[in-house]
Design a binder for this molecule. Sequence first.
Ligand code: 3HC
Ligand code: NAI
Length: 697
Amino acid sequence: MSQVIEYEKEGDIAVLSANNPPVNALGVEVRRGLMDGIERAETEGVRAVLIYGRGRTYFAGADIREFGKPPQDPWLPAICDRIEASPLLVVSALHGTALGGGLEVALSCHYRIAVPSTKIGLPEVNLGIIPGAGGTQRLPRVAGVTAALDVITTGRHVQAPEALEMGVLDKVQDGDPREIGLAYARELLAVKAPRRPICDMAKPTPIDFDAAYDAVLRKGRGQLSPAIAVRAVQASCEADDFTAGQARERELFTQLMASDQRKGLIHAFFAERAVSKLPELQGVRPRDLHQIGVIGGGTMGAGIATSALLAGLPVLLLEMSSEAASAAQDRIASNLAGAVKRGKLSPDDQADILRNKLSLAVDYDALSGVDLVIEAVFENMEVKKQVFARLDAVCKKGAILATNTSYLDINEIAQSVSRPHDVVGLHFFSPAHVMKLLEIVVADHTSPEVVATGFALGKRLGKVSVRAGVCDGFIGNRILSAYRTCADHMVLDGASPFQIDVALTRFGFAMGPFAMSDLAGLDIGWAARKRKRAAGQDPRARDSIYADKLCEAGHFGQKTGRGYYVYEKGKRGGQPNPDVLPLIEADRAAQGISPRTFSDEEIVRRYMVAMVNEAARVVGDGVARRPLDVDVTLLYGYGFPRYMGGPLKWSDLQGLPNVLDDIRKWSEQDAYFWQPAPLLVKLEAEDRCFDDLNKER
Ligand code: 3HC
Ligand code: NAI
C-alpha cells in the first residue's frame, strides 16, 4: 500500500487516510493511493469507505509543483469518477482547508462531514486555471449556479457553516476528523442511506451566462481564468449530460494550463512564499517583541501604528507636540473605524485598542521600554539623524531602531547611533495598514537577528516581506523612478499622461503612473527632482519642468484636489486637468521637441522594458537577492498585474533577447537612458533567463 495513503479496516468501514505533509497535496503518489484504496475496499467486503487527511488539513488541492510537467496517471478526474462510481458508500471527513482538487475529491464522495473550522474553496482561478476534476460540474449541481459561480470565479475560502447552508457539506461537527467521519459513516449505514453521486443529480438551472461572463471579465482586469470558469459552469447546464460537461471543463482547463497567465500566477504563488526564505536567517532566532514605538504619527506613522495595533501589538507613538499626538490619535481612530466598517474589527476591540493598547508621548524617555521603534518622521536626513541619536540615548539595549525612509541612505542614518547592528529599514507602503508589502532594508552592519525580527514582525502584521539592500529607493522606488522617467520621456516626445494611464490600466496595472503620482502627492516627486538636480545630473539625462509648474502652482494631486487630474469631493477618480497639456506643450517648445504619436502598444512596451532593465540592475547590484524578490515587490507594492507574475517573469515569458533587442534599438535615440543592464547582457550571452537565477540563489 502507498506510504501517503494508509489503508485500515474499522469493522465494515475501510479508512483511507492521507499522510502527505504539509498540506496533503494530491500528487501522483496520493492519487495512486486513493485509486488502490478504493479498489481494495471493494474487494474486502466492507460497506463504506471513509477518506480523511492526517495532520493539519484535508487535501489542499492538486500538487501545484506538477503543473507544466507531463501528466502522470492516474489523473485526478479519473480518481474522482472512480470514487463517485464506487458501489460502496463513500464519505469524506474534512478539516483544515479542502481546496481545489481536494474539494473535488470531497464532491465525488457521496457524503461530506466537516469540523466547524474547515474552509472549502475552488481557488484554481487564482492560479490561472479552472477546477479540472469536475468541480465546475458538481458544485453547481449541489449548490446552484449562482453560489457556484461566486465560489469558483472568486476562488474565495468558504467557512464550514456557510458551506453547510450551500449544500456542499451534509454535516458540521466538532471533533477529530477520523472520529466524526467514522461515526457519520456508521450512522449512514445504520439508516441504510443510499449512495448519492452528484453526477446523477439533475442539471442546474441556467442564468444569463453572457452577462456573467462580461461582468467577471471586467472585474478581472484582463485576467482570463475567472471568465473562462463561467463558460465551464455554463456547460453544467447546457451540455447534453454530465460527461459532456466534464469534457468541456477539460478542454477549457487544458487551454488555460498552457497559458502565460497560468505561468505568471503560479510563479507569484511560489515567489511570495520564497521571499522570506533566506539562507543567512536559517536557525537565527528573532528577538521578542512585546511593545513597539512609532516616531511621527503622520500618514505613515499612523498607518504603521494601526497595522501593529490590529495585530495585537501595543504601540507607543511619539510626536512633536501634544496637538500633533492628538491628530495622530485621530488618524489611527479613523483607520480603526475603517477596519470596523469592513468587518475586520469589532467595536469592542476598537475601543479596547484605543483605551489600552495605544499610548501617546512627546518625551523620548517614554521609549525606554520598547523592543523596536519605527521612525516615520519627515523625509530629511538631518531630522532623521537627530531622531536616531535621541533613540540611541533612551532605548534599551537590544531594542531595534528602524526607519521607514523611502529613499535615504540607511548606512548614513546608522552612523548616528552607537549600535549600527540594531539599525534596519522597515519600509511600509501607504496606506500602511492596508498595503501588504514590507521592504526589509538591510544596511552594512545590520545583524541577522535584527533582519529575522523584521521578517517575524512582517509575518505578525500579515505583510509579505522582501529583503532589500541599501540604495536610492531600495528595490521598489528605485525601479519606479526608472519606469516613471520613461513615462516622462514619452510625454515629452508626444504621448499625453492621460493616454499613458489608460494604456497601462488596459494592460492590467491597477493605476497608471500619473494617477498614482496624484495619489502619492506630486510634492514627493518634486522634492526628488530638486534633490537630483542639486546633486548634479548627468548632462545626457533628459529633464522636464512641466510637472514642477503644477507643484509651483500648489497642485499636489489628490490631497489638494488638483494634479494631473481634477478631483471633485464625493466623486471617485478624477478628470484630466486641462492645465496639463498646455504646460507640456510649452516644455516641448522650450526644448525644441516636435511631438510624435505613440500607439498604446509602444507605450506599454517601453514602460515595461524600462522596468525590466532597472530591475535587472537591482538584481545585478545585489539590492534584490533574486529576480523573484523584485517580482513580489512590484506585485504587492506597485499594482503590477499578478497574472503576469512580476516584471522579471514577464521578461522571461517575452523572451529576454527580445527585451534586450528593444533596449538596443531605443538606445540609438537615447543612449543614456537606454543602457542595457549588465545582467541582461550576461544572461543573454549565457542563454539563460531570470528563472534560472531564482533556482540558483
Ligand atoms: N501543491 C503543492 N504545494 C503546496 C500546495 C499545493 N497545492 N499548497 C501549498 N503547498 C506548499 C507551499 O508551497 C508551502 O511549501 P513550503 O513550505 O515549501 O514553502 C507549504 O505547502 C505550506 O503552504 P503555506 O505556507 O501556504 O501554508 P498556509 O498554512 O499558509 O496555507 C493553504 C495553506 C491555504 C493550503 C495554502 O498553501 C494554499 O492556498 N495552497 C494552494 C491551494 C490551492 O490553490 N489549491 C488548488 C490547487 S489547483 C487544483 O487543485 C487543480 C484541480 O482542480 C485539478
Ligand atoms: P507626514 O508628513 O505625513 O508625517 C510626518 C510626521 O512626523 C508628522 O506628523 C510630524 O509631526 C512628525 N515628526 C516630524 N519630526 C518629528 C520628530 N522629530 N519627532 C516626532 N515626530 C516628528 O509624512 P509621511 O508621509 O508619513 O512620511 C513619513 C516617512 O515615511 C518619510 O520618511 C517618508 O519618506 C516615508 N514614507 C512615506 C510614504 C508615503 O506614501 N507617504 C510611503 C513610504 C514611506
